[in-house]
Design a binder for this molecule. Sequence first.
Ligand SMILES: *Cc1c(COP(=O)(O)O)cnc(C)c1O
Length: 382
Amino acid sequence: MVDEVPLSRPDVTGAEIEAVLDVLRSGRLSIGPVQEEFESLVARRVGVRHAVACSSGTAGLHMAMVGLGIGPGDEVITTPFSFIASSNSILFVGAKPVFVDIDPSSLNMNPDAVEAAITPRTKAIVAVETFGNPRHMERYRAIADKHEIRMIEDCCEALGASHKRTSAGAFGHVGVFGFYPNKQITTGEGGMLVTDDDRLAEFCRSLRNQGRGNASGTGSWFAFERLGYNYRMSELHAALGVAQMRRLDSILQQRAMVAERYIERFLDNSEIILPSIDSDSRMSWFVFVVRLAHEYTEEERDRIVEGMHRHDVGAAPYFPCIHLQPFYRERFGYAPGQFPIAESVSQRTIALPFYTGLSRRDGEFAAQTFELMLSRENLRRT
Ligand SMILES: *Cc1c(COP(=O)(O)O)cnc(C)c1O
């Protein structure tokens, strides 16, 4: 069943449809000029030298790991409060994710905890701009530089965010964007690795294309110099990306307006903890996630989410902690209580319907339904 006001909805206009049709008519469906155009639009926007389009954000993270030479025996510091790909990509190369707890206000890793977790085996930090918030990114980079390790910026949720004058994607030695349909811009499926490192960019172009040595057009098409993958992005996907990038400012602005309406709506409700953004940062709104006040339990949160679905309004518990997923518990023996802030936050978060062009009316309906479900939980208690 589809909710009347869904959690998320891609913003696809006639421009995107025309762009995809143009590719279909051109006869060139992969490895072509549209991917290059998409790459240069993203590189310019982020302010980095290179962008390497790929088939998903997860593929981009995997290439970043391989490209930085991370492997068995290495430790990589990351957050337990994220979408699972940020941590799974560490496992792809046989390295060990080392989780650190989060800062309860930004929901990004606590920078002091990051520094405290560094050991002689630490090879990199995977920093995630949770829900599009760039807080602490420059601190993580300073820590990485001080300890001579690498910073991989998982900016899959943060296209368009910035802190002071640095854009999301430019904090790390390498950054990775994702273009799944719920992201700020979408290619259906897709991702993009960004970096200032010439050698790393060239290496990842080769990884993306079966390990071919002629990523830049030299050498033979059938010279495979390393173990590579098929992580290419088709021209159809890239065409969607180009059309979406051209509208990026308008998309970001519309999303900020939708977020602002929710914030104003809930400002006086002491039972709802709103996202907090520091004054030097520009948030890029990926989702709109609120947290219930401390007295609420996980069961109450789950009932509120279910209640919203019964009223045809999308809602979701973003994110369940990675270390408590069955696979991670089994493999690494994690148990509840190890990352108390991430766990406490993740038990009380709710993502509300959020997408470019969410109308004032539908947003208001979602907000009202949410508040109605909250008041029902309060009635049960008394
Ligand atoms: C979306 C996302 C990814 C990548 O997802 P794909 O579906 O592989 O494009 C990676 N990390 C985070 C934090 C994400 O939100």
